[in-house]
Design a protein around this ligand. Structure first.
Ligand SMILES: [Zn+2]
Length: 401
């Protein structure tokens, strides 16, 4: 793989052994559409390791043996690429980047991201906004990145909005981040200007520790994407930008409660389809409605019926994505047996007591926050959430066993 930056536009050329099909770090199969993208709203000048990591978030799935950057990187960064992915990276010759003093939040506007922002009220936001690619037709115009950017600007926080078409480098399954970390590409290029030493993401307990999302359903202390000692954690650290998960120890029920109780509540938006509010008809809206109804202890309020395509997965056997939250909702939403979830209810025997661990924080998640930001997160969690008991910790560590 050969990577060239022209200002903040990235072009990459595959070597003979590289392939246009690959897997993201979460094992999801993906296919390359085009070999160029650009990033706006960032300076053209930053440490070469920052450019290298930003590029790697886009080209990692296609690279098999080696990568050549257009400027020398540090030996530490080359080591992190080699130990993490087995690739030879170069040229080597730069001094390592010294971590900056500040933590920024990678802010999407979703409940998890808002909850992470609430932990650090002084932290600036970096918001990634999708823009069309000049050479790829946009068949996804229902995706309202403009609405999310507008909401982010209304929060009153110090905000840098990064614009990029990098999601259009993916042909399949659809435009999106080649690696989840590509959402940080712009924040990385801003790291010198903003004096960043850390970047906070809204990944919660399910994503960090329970193998949530789309790939596994078991306890994953060595999660390759989000653990500090995993390959991505080491790579970001080598570039002086630590991955920080302020809400990595709490469930989506807790991030929902924190977000809706925060002064950012009017700007929370997890659905990318609606303009004046969430669309209420997509799969994500249904899942988040179940969580919100559970948190607010009220009946489910959704126009979606069991015959709709988005409801089909709940007519089948588990596992379901975000299964811990499905169970949490089943134990708490009044009248759940009269909703489209009636069938799925048969597969679980849940109670408020057996799902109460999802209301507390897994302590190891705080321990892995870098020291300079740990105390503030710990104080926040102790005041607003509470730590898990030993028995609750066991629920996390035996998840999926
Ligand atoms: Zn929706």
């Amino acid at each position: 793989m050969r990577v060239t930056w022209t200002g903040t536009s990235l072009t990459f050329r595959l070597d003979a052994e590289d392939e246009i099909t690959g897997k993201a770090s979460d094992e999801h199969p993906i296919k390359l559409a085009i070999n160029s993208c650009s990033i706006g709203g960032v300076p053209a000048d930053a440490h070469p390791d920052l450019f290298a990591v930003a590029a790697w978030t886009v080209v990692a799935p296609w690279t098999r043996k080696r990568i050549s950057f257009d400027r020398a990187i540090s030996a530490e960064l080359a080591d992190a690429l080699h130990s993490g992915w087995g690739v030879e990276a170069g040229p080597v010759g730069a001094e390592p980047r010294r971590p900056g003093a500040r933590l920024a939040i990678s802010y999407s506007g979703g409940a998890d991201s808002v909850a992470a922002a609430t932990v650090y009220p002084q932290a600036p936001f970096v918001h990634f906004r999708r823009v069309p690619h000049p050479r790829v037709p946009n068949r996804w115009s229902h995706y309202r990145s403009d609405v999310l950017a507008k909401l982010a600007a209304q929060t009153g926080r110090e905000l840098s909005t990064v614009t990029s078409d990098l999601e259009f480098t993916l042909a399949e399954p659809r435009p999106g981040y080649p690696e989840h970390h590509a959402v940080a590409a712009g924040a990385l290029l801003l790291a010198d200007q903003l004096d960043l030493g850390g970047l906070g993401f809204g990944y919660e307990l399910g994503s960090r520790w329970l193998g949530g999302g789309r790939y596994l359903w078991r306890y994953t202390p060595d999660n390759p994407m989000w653990s500090p000692h995993g390959r991505w954690g080491r790579l970001f650290a080598a570039a002086g930008v630590h991955i920080v998960l302020p809400v990595g120890g709490v469930s989506e029920a807790t991030t929902m409660r924190l977000a809706l109780g925060s002064d950012l509540k009017d700007y929370v938006r997890w659905c990318l389809r609606g303009t004046d509010g969430p669309c209420r008809t997509c799969g994500k809206c249904l899942y988040k409605e179940l969580i919100q109804a559970a948190v607010e202890r009220r009946p489910l309020d959704t126009p979606i019926t069991a015959d709709r395509p988005v409801a089909q997965k709940y007519l089948k056997k588990p596992p379901y994505g975000g299964q811990e939250m499905i169970q949490y909702g089943f134990a708490r939403v009044p009248g759940i047996e009269n909703t489209l979830f009636a069938k799925a209810l048969d597969y679980f025997d849940v109670s408020e007591e057996s799902t109460a661990w999802l209301d507390h924080c897994y302590p190891r998640a705080l321990a892995e926050i870098p020291a300079q930001w740990r105390e503030e997160a710990t104080a926040f969690v102790e005041k607003h959430v509470g730590l898990m008991t030993e028995d609750e910790v066991r629920r996390v560590e035996t998840w999926g066993a």
